[in-house]
Design a protein around this ligand. Structure first.
Ligand code: AMP
Length: 208
């Protein structure tokens, strides 16, 4: 099955996608994480993307579409995959269909902006491996240190207050119209993302 997780920044897409993908034996495709990895490597793609990512703006459609086109051809996608953070615009969603990649279900995690802002403000990330932590729902074993690679945790540049506001502006302008896009083709499902992460996961599993 091919699943898209939709929701504003901080709605829990990344956390849920990672666990669900592991449980189902699907690939987890996070365009944000792919871009951050390229930025960490200082690759040409990373250099091209870094200003957009840092400022909370969208990387141009053509760039992310080709990333996803290539990524979905990999062996680990053959059972299915979960897209997290893609599509983020109508042209990106249309590009998938044009490639013959038909999304079975789009699941929207419904969380208020106020709650998302609170979660993003608390969030700490590993600059080395990309792992994400939250002081309440996913604290690291040792404060400020990544469980996976022992690097010092940081607040992502784009999780800072003024950039969060820009990401929300972009979300409502460019990404929210996707809810209608998938609703029209009867592929949209909504979940309450305010529940605790275990409950959201259970509801997600019942849906897909
Ligand atoms: P995320 O980790 O999904 O919050 O993404 C972090 C940042 O990466 C976004 O704010 C954008 O700058 C960029 N990005 C990730 N996915 C996309 C996408 N599908 N289209 C354009 N930009 C993206």
């Amino acid at each position: 099955m091919k699943i898209v997780l939709l929701g504003p920044p901080g709605s829990g897409k990344g956390t849920q996608a990672a666990v669900l993908a592991k449980d189902l034996g699907y690939a987890h495709i996070s365009t944000g994480e792919i871009l951050r990895e390229e930025i960490r490597k200082n690759s040409p793609l990373g250099l091209q993307a870094q200003e957009f990512v840092k400022s909370g703006k969208l990387v141009p459609d053509g760039v992310v579409i080709s990333i996803v086109k290539e990524r979905t051809k990999k062996e680990d996608c053959k059972n299915g995959f979960i897209l997290d953070g893609f599509p983020r615009t109508i042209p990106q969603a249309e590009a998938l269909e044009k490639e013959g990649i038909t999304i079975d279900k789009a699941v929207s995690l419904e969380v208020t902006e106020e709650e998302c802002v609170r979660r993003l403000g608390d969030r700490k990330s590993c600059p080395q491996c990309g792992a994400v932590y939250n002081p309440v729902t996913r604290p690291p074993k040792n404060e400020g240190i990544c469980d996976q690679c022992s690097s010092a945790l940081i607040q992502r540049e784009d999780d800072k207050a003024q950039t969060i506001r820009e990401r929300f502006r972009v979300y409502s302008q460019k990404t929210a119209p996707l809810l209608d896009f998938y609703k029209k083709s009867k592929r949209l499902f909504s979940l309450d993302g305010h529940l605790n992460p275990e409950k959201v996961l259970t509801n997600l599993k019942n849906l897909v």
